[in-house]
Ligand binder design. Structure first.
Ligand code: IVH
Length: 708
């Protein structure tokens, strides 16, 4: 359903889910294309999804994921770290979902080994930790290298970062000359909560879940940052060894423990499938109280000779399997339905739930998407939940998958009270009382209050200071909420940020430096951070205004087109009637559609918004866009496509340099393409270019071309 919706129709919660879906598809496609050289998506399908991802990110810049496909050069390995070839491949695990799957797994093993059904094979069972795997190489007892899994064959060299993890010994004793210890880097729930709270307090990036936080923390370019992050490590496997660690899996883990590694205390050895399954139940029952995320139980054949006889399939060992926990479901009462108003006025209904544990996490809120979702119909009017509507007081089924925000999946209407009434979506905004408008064909209802709506105003301010907008150090979402509610030094609109220092100076009684949490230094730092941003690039300013449908990319397009604030402002003013040359010119910009154009013109002709913009501009020095000097460039005006792995620069860098020289960079090869720059692993795009007679050059040729 989300897949069919336009990016501009998504609310924040939907955007999170959709970015997660796109990341999964695109990242898998990258691996298929670059690693396996076997694309499963056509170029057009790939490009469409990538474009959709970029559009959603432009509309919701603070939702950009750590693993965003827009950050990927193509291959799954980041160019920020050097590469490590794994001498023994790092594999993943096959999955079992039911008790029968586990029984079959054990039977398959006996069959493969030519054992009778009555012969017993021992297994170890241990929690499957939800983190990221890490390989630690020790030579003569000293840690010499740490690498992430990457694509299994090649990982990233994160040695300096791994050395900062307290669970990773720098030296080990009585170990073989070469030992590669493998295990999982993870973050505890308590550390995760504290990290997010600290990040939020300083206006930094927060993480969706402990796994993302662990991955984001390990893969920091600056190991000093990793050092500040409370990462932990469980050892559970090994790679290259100069001599065996033990004869059984269980003893090998004990040996790793004797080297000083943390190993999971719930690891146990079993002789029968029924005792493995009982252990699974036991681990699952402890899941909520372990203090870290696990997503199943891993069974491994205990006898290492049998393990090596069993060997591997393409990507998974035959001797191990992950028994996953079932989808995370729970039942609870939907106590009330509340409406949250976002920065563009979009009204998102939220279910307030009687708190319930879903997959180890206490859930008290869930998204309800929009009025139709509550009524039991999708955006095309077709029934969902077989048409059952949701009402306050209902007994509902809650669903949580991975890091996706909890959802209300279904309702048990047999438990519905006879007195219950259908939910009516508000006709006026609960925050400001303005009329609610919902346009034909739009699933989202909007508050029409604009800046007079406090909810919109505060969300707009948070957007204004966000990373891709004004990015003011020390002024994050939390501080905005504080200042918005402040009586002495309020910030109610963007201009107030820039008058804060003068108002503080003029007010001897309520000085900011005397407040809790502030002091001389932090106030000085805040004021200088604010003053630094008085000079601002036009594209950032346009994006920061938070006009509906105008994301980061559109901000840049508009800035390039109008080149100065005065030109832009005059054009928006002149386009008032949504007709005439200024309106046509706006609509002619490649990438600006009539919906965005309409939203822009509406914003500049809503009296309160226009005045607030004028007050802001009076405080700023907006930089003009300087057109790149493309004279003498061989690629000016040419349409260029990059494909395959670039080795000398990232894809983003290649694109921005090409554009600076006046080239147009496209994601797909067509009859309009002038040049294809193909790195190793170039696949279908190179074939298509060949068939169309498009000139194909290497990355080195490209560098020669642009540097001469
Ligand atoms: S054993 C050859 N044991 O799960 C197989 N993996 O889905 C080596 N994982 O990439 C892996 N806990 O990152 C193993 N106790 C555990 C694990 C575990 C988490 C991860 C690991 C692996 C992934 C496979």
């Amino acid at each position: 359903m989300l897949a069919q919706r336009k990016p501009s129709e998504l609310d924040k919660v939907e955007a999170i889910a959709e970015l997660a879906r796109l990341a999964e598809i695109l990242n898998a496609a990258n691996t298929d294309y670059h690693t396996h050289d076997a694309p499963k998506l056509s170029d057009a399908e790939y490009d469409d999804l990538k474009r959709r991802n970029a559009e959603i990110e432009a509309l919701f810049p603070d939702l950009k994921r750590d693993d965003s496909p827009s950050l990927k050069v193509g291959a799954p390995i980041s160019s920020a770290f050097s590469k490590v070839e794994h001498s023994v491949r790092m594999l993943s695990l096959g999955n079992a979902f039911t008790d029968e799957d586990v029984t079959e797994f054990a039977a398959r093993i006996r069959k493969y080994l030519g054992l009778r059904n009555t012969d017993s094979v021992a297994f170890t069972a241990e929690p499957k930790i939800d983190g990221l795997s890490l390989a630690l190489r020790y030579e003569n007892g000293t840690l010499v290298q740490a690498a992430t899994r990457g694509d299994g064959q090649t990982g990233e060299n994160v040695t300096l970062n791994a050395r900062t993890i307290s669970d990773v010994p720098h030296h080990i004793k009585d170990a073989p000359a070469v030992v590669e210890v493998r295990g999982e880097v993870y973050m505890s729930h308590a550390d995760f909560d504290a990290l997010n709270a600290a990040q939020e307090a300083k206006g930094g990036k927060t993480f969706a879940n402990p796994r993302n936080a662990a991955a984001g923390s390990l893969r920091q370019i600056n190991p000093e940052i990793t050092k500040e992050r409370p990462l932990l490590f469980f050892a559970y496997a090994w790679g290259e060894l100069s001599e065996p660690l033990a004869e059984t899996q269980f003893d090998a883990i004990e040996r790793l423990k004797s080297f000083g590694f943390s190993t999971n205390p719930l690891t146990r050895r079993h002789e029968t499938v029924s005792s493995m399954l009982a252990h699974y139940q036991e681990i699952e029952s402890q899941r909520a109280t372990l203090g870290y995320d696990i997503d199943g139980v891993v069974y491994k054949v205990d006898d290492l000779t049998l393990q090596s006889r069993l060997g591997f399939r393409a990507t998974t060992p035959r001797w191990a399997i992950a028994h996953k926990f079932p989808a995370e479901l729970a039942y609870t009462t939907l106590e009330s339905i509340e409406i949250q108003v976002g920065r563009t006025g979009a009204m998102s209904p939220v279910a307030r739930l009687k708190p319930v544990t879903v997959g180890g996490v206490v859930v008290s809120n869930a998204t309800l998407h929009n009025a139709d979702y509550i009524a039991g119909v999708d955006s095309k009017g077709a029934p969902i939940r077989e048409g059952r509507d949701l009402r306050e007081g209902d007994w509902v089924e809650i669903y949580r998958a991975g890091d996706v925000i909890p959802k209300v999946r279904d309702v048990d209407i047999t438990k519905r009270a006879a007195t219950s009434v259908p939910y009516t979506f508000p006709k006026t905004c609960p925050e400001c009382g303005s009329d609610v408008v919902r346009e034909e064909g739009d699933s989202v209802a909007y508050c029409s209050g604009g800046l007079i709506c406090p909810a919109q105003a505060v969300e707009k301010l948070k957007h204004f200071v966000s990373r891709s907008a004004f990015d003011i150090d020390g002024l994050g979402a939390k501080q905005i909420e504080m200042f918005f509610a402040d009586v002495d030094l309020p910030i109610k609109e963007p201009a107030d940020i820039f008058t804060l220092q003068a108002r503080d100076a003029a007010n001897p009684l309520a000085k900011l430096k005397n407040r809790n949490g502030f002091g001389d230094t932090s106030v000085d730092n805040l004021f200088s951070a604010i003053n630094e941003k008085r000079t601002i690039a036009l594209n950032r300013l346009i994006f920061a205004l938070g006009i509906r449908h105008v994301g980061e990319t559109s901000g840049a397009l508009l800035a390039r087109h109008y080149s100065s604030w005065t030109n832009f402002f005059d054009a928006m003013t002149a386009a008032k009637d949504k007709s005439g040359p200024a309106w046509d010119d706006l609509n002619d910009i490649d990438g600006v559609g009539s919906v965005m154009a309409g939203a822009l013109v509406d914003a500049f002709h809503t009296d309160s918004t226009r005045k607030a913009i004028e007050r802001l501009i009076a405080e700023l020095d907006v930089q003009d866009v300087v057109a790149p000097d493309t004279s003498g460039s061989d690629v000016a005006g040419k349409t260029v496509v990059f494909t395959g792995t670039l080795e000398k620069m990232t894809r983003a860098e290649a694109k921005s340099r090409a554009e600076a020289l006046g080239a147009k960079v496209s994601g797909s090869v067509s009859g309009k393409t002038d040049l294809l720059v193909a790195g190793p692993g170039a696949g279908s795009k190179a074939k298509k270019a060949q068939s169309l007679g498009v000139k194909i050059i290497s990355e080195d040729d490209w560098l020669v071309l642009i540097e001469t």
